[in-house]
Design a protein around this ligand. Structure first.
Ligand code: MCN
Length: 828
């Protein structure tokens, strides 16, 4: 179960022009901000047809009959298909986590429902026709007769014996149960002087990428091309090959420009398979693009955990153990990896603290909702949230400063093997907290807070010190014989110097906003004595470059960037040997200076990369035994995960009359190793904070008791805008990871993992004089106001940890109301 040891990677001295570490502007931005980028929905192919999907209005029902006659007769309609028509599919949508020794219940999940539906929005038929809007109208004419079945949406109720069963074949709604223990947890609680316990609801959220999902499939001469707004083109190709029963080399998957994913496009959705199947059947290209409501209904959701946490400690604050029981709402069917997500909570259960014993017990549950799967952070935001809020509760119980409690328990020695077998690679947890406090000046804030309170203004500060696991990851740890993921977790790269000296770098990663074209070009440029603008980085097309494992889990730099660096170093090494041969010098004496390969200290004895390429591609005088060409590949499988960390502080002001929360200051100090491009890191941190602020304050996917999605549009699902957040104060420390030669760790999810407990804790700190000790996210004005009323003994607001609260609240018309919604300002 444990990760393999962190074999120290030797860090190479960077040769060349020192572009690594510079905040270069993103190479990809000019086309993005001038509207010249091509997204899937922009594409039009000759003879292209459009698909519209008929979706279930019922959360749980048997399909009695589907009558497509009328729909087929609508103008422009070429075909209408149902689940029965797709009987020739070789396999349902796969779920790729098969944990060894665990009974995992995986219902067949077909692109079009067969016999029954388990969630509102489940696809039951597809209409294909010539007109984009005509097919939507025609879909209204598909008549489906449903026999409704009892619905269950609350995961804890779904586990009760009296609950309706969603998949009769299993006789239970339990998806799986497994534990990740480490050390003697029960002993740890026996030895503890103090035990704090909490129940924390980490509610359901949406990825909410601005570009909705979109697919365009084309068959030509026995070959399939799928253009898809996906994070995982290579993985998608493997899965399509299995589902469609087509040999993999006949399939090309292209991720054109992808307008954000945030995990929600780390998926192979039924619509991807369906478009390919329809295109093959009809012999015409078929496009489908989700409407925003379809996106909210049927693009996987995230979080949706109920967490029961216990932390034990001695009187002096030294923690003795942590135990978490996680109830994960999986929705009614799986997509590719949903059930594994809470395992990532378990990986970081120790946080940055030296818990001698840890244990996570996870139970996955079917409910009549859509699938949950990876959304930015995937399991680690949930864990940070429950660890940090429980540490705050422990500090309260011990009457100790919460930062002092953290400092007493920080891990200080690295590499550090945690009780459950994971090895933290490197860290300096005091360092990031110190830096955060340098920015904050806590004493000054406390004085200001006291003065403001005198005037009835409630400001508070909250902290989050976190560690995360990313850089997925060692195949030995994650693969079939490790956790049971059915795949490898290496990354691939190819660095090709063309005969003229131009350079193309192919990466198996598939960026969709992270800026790999820039940062990877910086890495290659330094190794080949070039400037990044002449290094072209190609990604997202299974027909170019080697097989890759794509972008998620903040893996691209630590695994894909390392692969690129290694491939570039292989090119550099060959170039050195060619130059040494031509200059009659030793390869070790060739250095990169002034953009050339030169004999050390002899600027006159130098060759440009173009000259080296000329020698390599017109091989008349190469060293004996050397092959022609200058083109190198690397498949890099890391020896360990990487473990970024940091300290965040949030200051909020709460209007005690209305419950409105404003974020006044936000300070983020993160450590993701040496920066390749500091501006890209800042961008990732900014976006990551806003993502988690959204969850903490505004966003919630809400289903009513009948399984109807109530938050189906951006009117009901409130995303924060730039106007709702302050200007963030970011800083970094740089502690290299010994896992890779770049020393880097991931940063794409770090801020999302860190942020939410700092926000909640700051609101509790603000309202402490009013007696508020806890509030569950999202901290909508209604919830905060109710918490104040309850603490003041005026009425019964929903206590923290009550799952039902969101639904009741929504029923009263408050949940999901956005930061700018007029309905939320006033108290009821
Ligand atoms: N970086 C760097 N130096 C470091 C660390 C990182 O310059 N020491 C840079 C990298 O070169 C890269 C960027 O930071 O350009 C992010 O790198 P990394 O942490 O490796 O993350 P990934 O590229 O693998 O991105 C995945 C991550 C995830 S899991 C989600 S979810 C997410 C995220 O990135 N979704 C995003 N950031 C997003 N940003 C945008 N704009 N859109 C999304 O959908």
């Amino acid at each position: 179960m444990g990760a393999p040891g962190a074999e120290a990677a030797e860090r190479t001295e960077l040769a060349g022009n020192g572009f690594v570490g510079q905040s270069l502007r993103r190479k990809e931005d000019p086309r993005l901000i001038t509207g010249r980028a091509t997204y899937t929905d922009d594409m039009v192919l000759p003879g292209m047809l459009y698909a519209a999907i008929v979706r279930s209005p019922e959360a749980h029902a048997r399909i009695v009959s589907i009558d497509t006659t009328e729909a087929r007769e609508q103008p422009g309609v070429h075909a209408v298909f149902t689940g029965d028509d797709l009987a020739d599919l070789a396999a349902p949508c796969p779920m790729v986590w098969v944990p060894p020794g665990v009974e995992m219940r995986v219902p067949d999940h077909w692109p079009l429902a067969r016999g029954k539906v388990g969630y509102v929005g489940q696809a039951v038929a597809v209409v294909v026709g010539a007109d984009k809007y005509g097919v939507v109208d025609a879909a209204e004419h598909v008549l489906v007769d449903y026999e409704p079945l009892p619905v269950v949406v609350d995961p804890e109720k779904a586990l009760e014996d009296s609950s309706p069963i969603i998949h009769e074949e299993f006789g239970t709604n339990k998806v799986f149960e497994w534990s990740l223990p480490g050390g003697d947890v029960e002993g740890a609680f026996r030895d503890a002087d103090v035990i704090v316990e909490k129940r924390i609801v980490n509610h359901r959220t949406a990825g909410a990428a601005i570009e909705p999902r979109s697919v365009l499939a084309e068959w030509r001469e026995g070959k399939l091309t799928l253009f898809s707004a996906t994070q995982i083109p290579h993985i998608c190709r493997v899965i399509l090959s299995i589902q469609l029963g087509i040999s993999e080399e006949k399939i090309r998957v292209v991720a054109p420009e992808v307008g954000g994913g945030f995990g929600s496009k780390l998926q192979v959705y039924g619509e991807e398979t369906l478009a390919c199947w329809c295109a093959r059947k009809l012999g015409r290209p078929v496009k489908w693009t989700a409407t925003r409501s379809e996106e909210m209904l049927t693009t996987h959701h995230g979080r949706d955990q109920i967490d029961y946490i216990r932390i034990g400690a001695k009187r002096d604050g030294k923690v003795t153990g942590i135990h978490a029981r996680i109830i994960q709402d999986c929705g009614s069917y799986h997509l590719i990896e949903g059930p594994v997500i809470p395992t990532f909570s378990a990986c970081v259960i120790s946080g940055p603290y030296d818990f001698p014993a840890v244990q996570t017990d996870i139970v996955g549950v079917f409910t009549n909702k859509f699938t949950t799967d990876a959304i930015r952070g995937a399991g680690r935001p949930e864990a940070t949230h429950f660890i940090e809020l429980t540490m705050d509760a422990l500090a309260e119980e011990l009457d100790m400063d919460p930062l002092e409690l953290r400092r007493r328990n920080f891990i200080t020695e690295f590499p550090n093997e945690r009780p459950h077998g994971f090895i933290y690679d490197s860290g300096d947890y005091h360092g990031t907290l110190d830096r955060c406090l340098e920015h904050l000046d806590l004493d000054a804030f406390r004085r200001e807070q006291a003065e403001l309170r005198e005037r009835g203004v409630y400001r508070g500060v909250g902290f989050s010190t976190y560690v995360e696991i990313c850089g997925l990851g060692p195949s030995r740890a994650l693969g079939p014989e490790g956790w049971g993921m059915q795949g490898g977790y290496f990354e691939s790269a190819q660095v090709r110097v063309h005969p003229t000296g131009a350079v193309t770098a192919y990466t198996g990663t598939s960026p969709h906003g992270q800026g790999h074209e820039t940062s990877f070009a910086q890495i290659v440029a330094d190794r080949l004595g070039l400037t990044p603008d002449v290094v072209e980085v190609i990604h997202g097309d299974t027909n170019t470059g080697p097989f890759g494992k794509n972008t998620y889990g903040s893996r691209s730099l630590a695994v894909g960037g390392e692969a690129i660096a290694r491939a570039a170093e292989r090119v550099q090494d060959k170039a050195r040997r060619i130059v040494a041969h031509k200059m009659e010098a030793a390869p070790e004496d060739i250095e990169i200076a002034d953009g050339k390969f030169q004999v050390r200290g002899s600027p006159g004895k130098a060759m440009s990369l173009a000259e080296v390429a000329g020698e390599a591609y017109i091989p008349q005088d190469l060293p004996d035994g050397m092959e022609a060409g200058l083109d190198e590949m690397c498949f890099y499988d890391p020896p360990n995960f990487v473990w970024p960390f940091g300290a965040h502080a949030c200051i909020t002001e709460v209007d005690a009359e209305t419950g409105r929360v404003d974020v006044v200051r936000y300070i983020a100090v993160d450590d993701c190793g040496p920066a390749i491009n500091p501006a890209l890191i800042d961008g990732q941190i900014h976006g990551g904070i806003v993502h988690a602020l959204g969850q903490a304050l505004y966003e919630q996917v809400v289903y009513d008791a009948d399984g109807q999605l109530v938050t189906g549009t951006f009117v009901d699902y409130a995303l924060p805008s730039a106007a709702d957040v302050p200007s963030f104060e970011t800083d970094r420390t740089e502690t290299p990871s010994p896992t890779n030669t770049l020393g880097v760790k991931g940063v794409g999810e770090a801020a999302t993992i860190a942020c939410s407990p700092a926000v909640v804790s700051s609101v509790v700190d603000a309202l402490r004089p009013l007696g508020v000790t806890e509030v569950d996210m999202p901290l909508t004005p209604m919830r905060v106001w109710q918490a104040i009323q309850a603490a003041q003994g005026r009425g019964s607001g929903p206590a923290a940890g009550e799952q039902g609260a969101a639904l009741d609240e929504h029923g009263q018309g408050a949940a999901g109301s956005g930061p700018t919604s007029p309905s939320e300002g006033g108290a009821p």
